[in-house]
Design a protein around this ligand. Structure first.
Ligand SMILES: [Ca+2]
Length: 267
């Protein structure tokens, strides 16, 4: 269930931490200077996914019935029903229950189902597990699509995940990963295969820097009231804010305090 803006606790700008670089050699840092947007306060961040053709199926292979015609935003686009970026009604392939989602019909050809969007800090992201499971915010503004729906939508096929970020000066960057899906409740693990495409991000993977103790790939979703992270004896969500696929803890937390330039890597 989405919460209307009037019910949302407004929060002021920025408090702590968001992003940090993984270790880079000095020459590499110099080489990438001017291209990176990490370690700065983001103005906006958007997380979205789409279907990468017909490859990469995992789990049950679904023969999509004619009546299940709009299982996500990629279908809306393919069926010629796009009227630009905005809110659309879709029918997930396995629940057959109509829901509203925000479709990005502009980025890279469109067809992206947006599941996280932040750009002004008007919506609090430091929330309970129940909130993260159900979703919160407004599709017309900042929001998080519930983990339940995210699991459903990404269980149809492995998706392409895209993260778009921008800085206050207008600099933009993005990351794309293949093989994205969310595991079933109630762990909702984050899963990607590999980074496919990137612009103005560093060689330290934004979401998956592979095999470090901060890598979030395959980690379950933790909140302050549901600690399933790998920081034994402590709670990453309590320390850093927001719900996330914390490991021990993370290099990036896109659900953390909004627009902050404080480094986040801890423990
Ligand atoms: Ca812990």
């Amino acid at each position: 269930m989405l919460v209307r803006p009037s019910m949302i606790l407004l929060r002021p700008f920025a408090i702590a931490a968001l992003v940090i670089l993984a270790t880079c050699e000095e020459d590499r840092l110099r080489k990438l200077e001017g291209q990176m947007i990490e370690m700065k306060a983001f103005q906006s961040y958007v997380m979205a996914f789409t279907v990468p053709g017909v490859t990469g199926l995992h789990g049950p292979i679904v023969t999509r019935a004619a009546e299940v015609d709009k299982a996500d935003c990629s279908d809306v686009l393919k069926l010629g029903l796009s009227r630009g970026s905005g809110v659309y009604k879709i029918t997930p392939w396995n629940t057959h229950k109509e829901v509203e989602v925000y479709c990005d019909m502009d980025t890279e050809g469109g067809g992206w189902t947006v599941f996280q969007r932040r750009y002004d800090g008007s919506v609090a992201f430091n929330r309970s597990f129940v909130d993260y499971e159900r979703g919160f915010g407004s599709l017309d503004g900042e929001f998080w699509t519930g983990l339940g729906l995210l699991y459903t939508l990404t269980s149809r096929a492995n998706m392409t995940l895209r993260i778009d970020m921008s800085l206050p000066d207008g600099t933009t960057g993005f990351d794309e990963y293949s093989g994205f899906y969310i595991s079933p409740p109630d762990r909702y693990n984050f899963n990607v295969d590999r980074r496919m495409n990137s612009e103005r991000m560093t060689n330290s993977y934004l979401l998956s820097d592979n095999s470090s103790r901060w890598d979030i790939n395959h980690q379950p979703f933790s909140t302050y009231d549901r600690d399933v992270d790998n920081w034994f004896g402590n709670n990453c969500a309590l320390r850093h804010g927001g719900g996330w696929w914390f490991n021990e803890c993370m290099t990036n937390n896109l659900n953390g305090p909004y627009n902050s330039d404080v480094q986040d890597r801890e423990t």
